[in-house]
Design a binder for this molecule. Structure first.
Ligand SMILES: Cc1ncc(COP(=O)(O)O)c(C=O)c1O
Length: 290
């Protein structure tokens, strides 16, 4: 078996040879940020946007970025040279490993950079054609969900609630409004108009969310960004999940009840087609040497 090459602090090494200090603040405090970028046949989908979001997350946690966006893109291409095909790249930057445990942010600590590549499992045909089941739950996470932080305990606990009942996601509600799901954004459709929750501190501004809003504009699909009530979620014609690995998926049951007709709806099918066309254009535009 060929070894799985990863990146650690500027060096490429087999994943199973990398070791990280137990004092690393990523391990001790979850004091770090991350990104996940989908890659199709060597071409990153919205790589620049992912590294721009990484910069915003680092700014929010007062962590100096060791690389410019262009450097990050180049480092990722080097790593991808070892991983042909469809992949997802995971990038994590923590505040580093100080000599002792202390909540206060140490000055001049070198951040820890870790990147690995895993095969990208796009949603199975069954999920695209029939949709997926979701449950709802109160959003019990913190109020800085716009930071793509490695402190994911709230998201892990939320996701497990749906996993426990064999559902794909847990859609979260805060004060009667839809925020997002444990690792995806949420859209609803009523009378052919799509709605997405506002881009505030209560959701992660998904790179896919942003792409879907752009594809809607290009494809003449009506889309509004505004608060979505629980009642609107429960009476929607269609509900969608979006993320870099889920792409766009239709939710066809919510808390065991059918959403709309109980089948992926026409607006979903249109957006799914726009998304696949966008991916196909990415592959065509990819320079042969990239
Ligand atoms: C909480 C949360 N919201 C939304 C998303 C979707 O973000 P993206 O489209 O950038 O993958 C994710 C992705 O992991 C997430 O963890």
């Amino acid at each position: 078996m060929t070894s799985n090459i990863a990146h650690f602090n500027g060096e490429l090494a087999p994943l199973d040879r990398i070791s990280i200090s137990p004092l690393d603040r990523g391990f001790i405090f979850g004091d770090g940020v991350y990104e996940v970028i989908p890659v199709y046949e060597g071409a990153m989908l919205r790589g620049r946007e992912h590294f721009e979001r990484l910069q915003r997350s680092m700014d929010e946690i007062r962590l100096a970025n060791p690389h410019s966006v262009d450097e990050w893109l180049a480092i990722t291409q080097q790593l991808l040279a070892h991983h042909p095909g469809n992949q997802s790249v995971y990038i994590q930057v923590t505040r580093g490993a100080p000599p002792k445990r202390d909540h206060v942010m140490p000055k001049d600590l070198k951040p820890t950079v870790f990147m690995m590549v895993q095969p990208l499992a796009s949603p199975p045909r069954e999920a695209i054609e029939n949709g997926v089941a979701c449950i709802t739950h109160e959003d019990f996470r913190w109020t800085k969900c716009h930071i793509k932080s490695t402190s994911l305990l709230g998201n892990v606990l939320a996701r497990q609630l749906s996993a426990d009942v064999g559902a794909t996601e847990t859609i979260l509600l805060r004060d009667g409004l839809v925020t997002e799901a444990s690792s995806s954004n949420v859209f609803v459709v009523k009378d052919a108009v799509v709605a997405a929750p506002p881009q505030d501190n209560l959701i992660l501004l998904g790179i896919t969310y942003d792409l879907v809003t752009r594809l809607a504009a290009e494809g003449a699909v009506r889309l509004e960004i505004r608060p979505i009530t629980e009642a609107e979620l429960r009476s929607a014609d269609e509900v969608w999940l979006t993320s870099s690995t889920k792409e766009v998926l239709a939710v066809t049951t919510l808390d065991g009840k059918p959403v709309g007709s109980g089948k992926p709806g026409p607006v979903f099918r249109r957006m799914h087609a726009l998304y696949q066309e966008h991916k196909a254009r990415l592959r065509k535009s990819r320079p042969v040497t990239a």
